[in-house]
Structures are given as structure tokens and as C-alpha cells.
Design a protein around this ligand. Structure first.
Ligand code: ADP
Ligand code: MG
Length: 613
């Protein structure tokens, strides 16, 4: 079989996606590869297809039990013999699996990095014909990354101990330069064929909302999009509890996940979400690193996360199947304060020295600032994220809340100058709130104490709304005219550029056009359309029916529904309405094995649906 036949037979796809074919060819030829591709791009196929092309066994190193379970489940569904070796196996299960592996029963073996150098495993590996070693989530080898796993450092030694060096492939979605260099060095890659595909996730819609009523917005969304599966991320366990409780009280099938829950409950709740028993998962960032659930239709951040890296990773759990999905961030200025507090509390990675730790803290603060800029910018959100990762695109994507909002350029020269004068005349000793209150001429007690009422700027901007003063302050900060310190009580300071404000003829800033907003779900009209368009060819009623069939199969098979078929496959099925097995095989994601196992049931359901009443 050639690579196209394998792609079709096992995975049910007609063509490779960007970057995949180069990786497949290189690994098949015995070259090392390094794939840097965003979440959902299809990194797994890059090593799974060559694993099936080549003689021998492919070893896949993966950091998490849930990831391995998912992948092995998917492969077995596709008719590929695969197994995982990790701490979820009992000693006797492990021995048995090793025995089967020695007999050559598995084409692919997923293994936790801790196991690689254990005697039984290395014995087996040395005696076996290993075709490929693939390292998934390769950024775990980098000490700079947040997911650093010391046991990843053992991979290179494992490979050195094999009698014949197999082709090695490293895959990650994390792009920063330090991390890349770490991967190349620590995994000892040999002149790898490197593919970096764009980081843009075209099917994701981005939105930032600074509305006061966060819970109300969540409820609006869930009411307008019932039966969608999604994640709501909160910063603290307490918020998780509150939000989950409130959702349940409103009849939403929600569950929760955070590090404070007992293991058993966490596992159960995660399964409820994966198996679509609970549509909504409310969680802290403890949830998700190993979640490959492909039909997550939305990720709502109830609080701003600590940096863009985390945000992109968490938001990126939406729409892995390539279908439209939404990433909504509910922002409140207090989120910044809370994050600052969390950074201060962090004890840091124990494997780093004192000096490195303080360096990491500095970086964390800088990253937090960038995150706050994302929440307050009026520019294209997609462009903001991509630029952060060093990719340059146009500044209009047409698919984020900023691109869909009508903006106007307004003149904020007076406000900007007043802010800078106020910072200067009060001795650069105060935070944003005191500066704003002073400019507004507020009688807050703090002002009287600090004699701000005598300040020459007191009340200078009493006609300007508070939100506008804050916006202009953010704008000045973002453009380097002022800076806000990282202290426990952040203080606004002047910069070398501050005086420029008085030289500029005018200071102009983009701001949302004032308009009467609809009572509920303000500004969602445009984004709604992009999602609905997607359904044009899809027969929605049939799609719902097929979802039920999928759920029944999933229950009997004991696997999550998205492992039976992705939403994308079901949509394609409801659009194509196949009437025979041959037609069924043409549906995206239907390979021979799945056609044999499930074809009948779906075809019957479709035939029933098509039958005139
Ligand atoms: P990654 O590991 O890069 O985040 P995955 O390997 O989990 O992504 O793939 C994401 C989804 O894309 C999976 O549902 C997978 O089946 C699908 N996919 C991968 N390659 C293709 C392809 N060539 N055509 C269609 N779908 C694909
Ligand atoms: Mg992956």
C-alpha cells in the first residue's frame, strides 16, 4: 500500500493537509523530522502514516495518559493495532502487553517517557525492530516551557541505546525560539526536515468582551447555542465551583474540574465531558493538556489567563475537527490584579536555580502585560496573537469581535496630555485608579488623604467618562508613553517617550463607535453568521439524528463519541446522505474499518430519514 491508500483505508481521508506529506515522506525515508504545527493541524498522521508504511514497530512518546488513551482508542477504531504503556496499567497488564509487543502484535506503541529506560522496556526495544520514534508534545523537553517534563530528557539516551538508530520525529504546537532550540538540542535530532505551518487557526472566531455581567453573557451564549459542547475556564477553584453551581441551577448539563477535587471525581467528570454526558466543562487550567476531544465548539474564558501562550493553548482546544468554533474571553480589569497576585505566589519550577526563577518571574510579568493588551486592543485579535508568536499577517481577519465592530478614530490629545501631566505632577507615585479619580475630580477618601484635590490636574477631565480615561491610559501604556510597574501596588510612571505627547499635533486612537446595543448578546450578529454558514450544506435535523446514532455506538463500544466519528464526519455525512457502502466510504473520516463496523447503522438511519412520510 502507498501512503494515499493508507490515508484512505485507515483514516478515511482523501488528501494530506499542509505540511503532512513532507513529514510522512521524510520519516518513511528514514530522515528525522521536526514539525511545528498548531493544534488540530494533524500532527498525529505525520507519524502514524509512515508507521504503517514501514516494517517494524513505531514508538510514540507522549506525556499524558489521557492523550495516549485517546490516540490508541482512535487507532484501534481505525483498525490499527496499537497499545499504550503507562502507569494506568497494572503490573500484570503491563507484562502481558509487553509479551504481545515482543510477538510483534502492535504496529504502534505509545509509551510514557518515564518508562523508556526501565529495564523491561529497554530490553524489549533493543530486541525489536523499531521503525520510528515519534515524540509528541516535544516542547515538554524544554526547561523554559511551562510543561517541562524532566523525564523527556531521557529520550535521547533511549534512542542512543537502540542498536539501529530509527528515524526520529518531534512534534509540537509551541513555537517560541527558545523552546525550538531546546528541542533540537535535547532530542539530538539529526539534520531534521523541519516544517512550520502557519499558526493561524482559521476556523476559530475570537472575541473579547468587557461586559460587567459575565455570567449573563455565558447564559446568553448557552441559550443561543444549546447542545454545543464547550469549556469554561476560570482562574480559581472557587470561581469554578460558583459558575458550575449556577449553571446547574439553570438546567445546564455542566460538570467541573480542578486540582482540589479527588482523583476519582476528576476522572468521572472528565469522562462525562468526553462522552458528551455533560455538555459544558467548567474548569481551571488543570483541565485540558491531554484533551483531544475534537468537537469542542466553544472555549469561554471567564477570567483573563496569565499569558497569550496559555490563552492560545486553552482557546485552541476548540474546533480541533476543523469545524467553526468560538473563543470568547470575558475580561475584567480585576483579572490583571488576580494574575499579578498568582505570579507573586508562584514558587516556580523547583529544577531551576534562584536566579533563573527570578528571571522567569520577570518574564511572567511581561507576558501578563501582553495578555492585558490583547484584552483592551481595538485592533484585529487574530493579528495580535499571530504577531505575538512572530508571524506577520494583515491587520484585518474579518473573523474576530474587533474586526466585526465598527470603529472610529477619535482625537484623544487632551485626555492623553492630561493623564501624563497628572502622573508627573503627582510625582509618579500612584496607580491607575488614583490617577483616574484625580482627573475626574472624585472625592474618594484616598484622594483627600494624598492631597490630590490640590493637584493641578484635579477635575481636569470631569466631562470624560471613566472607561474612556482607562482606555486612553491603556493606549498610552501599549504605545510606550507611560508604563505601569510590576509591584504589588502597580504605579504609573513616565517613560522617555512621555514628552512626545506634547509634540504630536494630535493623538488619535481607535475606539468602538458609540451605538445603542441590543439588550442581549451584543455584537454577536456577525459571528453568528459565520457559524450558520457552515451549516448551509448540512442537514441539521439529520445531523442531530446521526449524533444520536453515534452516541449509542459510543456507549456500547465504551469510547467517547468523537472517537467513533468527528462532528466533521457527521456533517459531511448529513450533507452527502450516502445510500450505499460505497458512497459511505466517500464521507470524510470514514475508513474501511469504520465502514465495516458502523456503516450499516448510519446507512439505515439516513435511509429512514430520507423516506418520505
Ligand atoms: P494535532 O495533534 O496537530 O493537534 P491531530 O493529529 O489530533 O492534531 O488532528 C486533528 C484532527 O484533524 C483529527 O480529527 C484528525 O483526524 C484530523 N485530520 C488530520 N489529518 C487530516 C487530513 N489529512 N484530512 C482530514 N482530517 C485530518
Ligand atoms: Mg496532537
Amino acid at each position: 500500500m502507498d501512503k494515499y491508500q493508507i490515508l484512505k483505508k485507515y483514516f478515511g481521508y482523501d488528501s494530506f493537509r499542509e505540511g503532512q506529506e513532507i513529514m510522512v515522506d521524510a520519516l518513511a525515508m528514514g530522515r528525522d523530522v521536526f514539525g511545528i504545527m498548531p493544534t488540530g493541524a494533524g500532527k498525529s498522521l505525520c507519524y502514524q502514516v509512515p508507521a504503517l508504511l514501514k516494517e517494524g514497530i513505531a514508538i510514540v512518546v507522549s506525556p499524558l495518559i489521557s492523550l495516549m488513551k485517546d490516540q490508541v482508542g482512535t487507532l484501534n477504531q481505525a483498525g490499527v493495532h496499537a497499545a499504550f504503556f503507562n502507569s494506568s496499567l497494572t503490573a500484570s497488564q503491563y507484562r502481558k502487553a509487553l509479551l504481545l509487543a515482543k510477538e510483534g502484535r502492535y504496529k504502534m506503541i505509545y509509551v510514557a517517557p518515564e518508562r523508556l529506560l526501565l529495564e523491561e522496556f529497554i530490553d524489549f526495544a533493543v530486541g525489536a525492530d523499531i521503525s520510528i520514534v515519534a515524540i509528541d508534545e516535544a516542547h515538554c523537553v524544554s526547561q523554559w516551557g511551562q510543561d517541562f517534563r524532566p523525564s523527556y530528557l531521557k529520550i535521547a539516551e533511549f534512542i542512543r541505546r537502540l542498536p539501529h538508530r530509527p528515524a526520529v520525529g518531534a512534534f509540537t504546537a509551541t513555537a517560541t525560539r527558545e523552546v525550538r532550540e531546546d528541542i533540537l538540542a535535547a532530542l539530538d535530532l539529526n539534520d531534521p526536515v523541519t516544517v512550520t505551518t502557519g499558526f493561524d487557526r482559521k476556523n476559530l472566531f475570537y472575541k473579547v468582551s468587557a461586559g460587567k455581567d459575565k455570567f449573563g453573557e455565558v447564559m446568553d451564549y448557552l441559550t443561543e447555542n444549546p447542545s454545543e459542547s464547550g469549556i469554561i475556564y476560570c482562574l480559581t477553584r472557587k470561581t469554578v465551583e460558583e459558575v458550575c453551581e449556577k449553571l446547574r441551577n439553570r438546567g445546564i448539563a455542566a460538570t467541573r474540574y480542578h486540582a482540589g477535587l479527588p482523583d476519582a471525581e476528576r476522572r468521572k467528570n472528565q469522562d462525562d465531558f468526553l462522552y458528551d454526558t455533560a455538555a459544558v466543562m467548567v474548569a481551571t487550567n488543570a483541565f485540558g493538556m491531554g484533551i483531544d476531544k475534537s468537537n469542542v465548539r466553544f472555549v469561554i474564558h471567564y477570567n483573563m489567563p496569565k499569558n497569550i501562550e496559555s490563552y492560545y493553548q486553552e482557546a485552541g482546544r476548540a474546533g480541533r475537527d476543523g469545524e467553526e468554533a468560538r473563543c470568547i474571553l470575558l475580561y475584567a480589569p480585576q483579572d490583571v490584579v488576580l494574575n499579578q497576585f498568582l505570579i507573586e505566589q508562584e514558587t516556580g519550577n523547583e529544577e531551576l536555580g534562584e536566579e533563573e526563577r527570578s528571571l522567569v518571574k520577570e518574564r511572567d510579568k511581561e507576558r501578563l502585560k501582553q495578555m492585558a493588551f490583547y484584552c483592551t486592543t481595538n485592533e484585529c485579535l487574530r493579528d495580535f496573537i499571530l504577531r505575538y508568536f512572530g508571524e506577520y499577517t494583515t491587520n484585518y481577519c474579518g473573523k474576530c469581535s474587533n474586526c466585526l465592530t465598527e470603529f472610529e478614530e477619535i482625537d484623544v490629545t487632551e485626555t492623553a496630555r492630561a493623564i501624563i501631566e497628572c502622573v508627573k505632577s503627582s510625582g509618579q507615585r500612584f496607580g491607575m485608579t488614583v490617577i483616574t479619580d484625580t482627573l475626574r475630580g472624585s472625592q474618594a477618601a484616598k484622594l483627600r488623604e494624598n492631597r490630590m484635590a490640590q493637584n493641578i490636574c484635579f477635575g481636569r477631565l470631569k466631562e470624560v467618562p471613566i472607561y474612556r480615561i482607562r482606555q486612553v491610559m491603556q493606549f498610552l501604556c501599549h504605545h510606550g508613553y507611560i508604563l505601569v510597574t510590576d509591584d504589588k501596588y502597580p504605579v504609573v510612571k513616565l517613560t522617555d517617550q512621555s514628552q512626545e505627547i506634547f509634540k504630536n499635533v494630535s493623538v488619535r486612537m481607535k475606539a468602538a463607535k458609540e451605538q445603542k446595543k441590543k439588550k442581549t448578546s451584543a455584537g454577536r450578529a456577525g459571528e453568528q453568521k459565520t457559524v450558520q454558514e457552515d451549516f448551509l450544506d448540512t442537514d441539521y435535523a439529520l445531523f442531530e439524528k446521526l449524533r444520536k446514532v453515534r452516541m449509542e455506538i459510543a456507549k456500547t463500544e465504551g469510547v467517547p463519541p468523537y472517537i467513533v466519528f468527528s462532528d466533521k464526519s457527521l456533517k459531511d455525512m448529513s450533507a452527502k446522505k450516502p445510500g450505499s457502502r460505497k458512497e459511505f466510504l466517500k464521507v470524510s473520516g470514514v475508513g474501511e474499518n469504520k465502514c465495516r463496523k458502523y456503516g450499516e447503522r448510519f446507512l439505515t438511519a439516513i435511509a429512514e430519514y430520507k423516506k418520505p412520510l
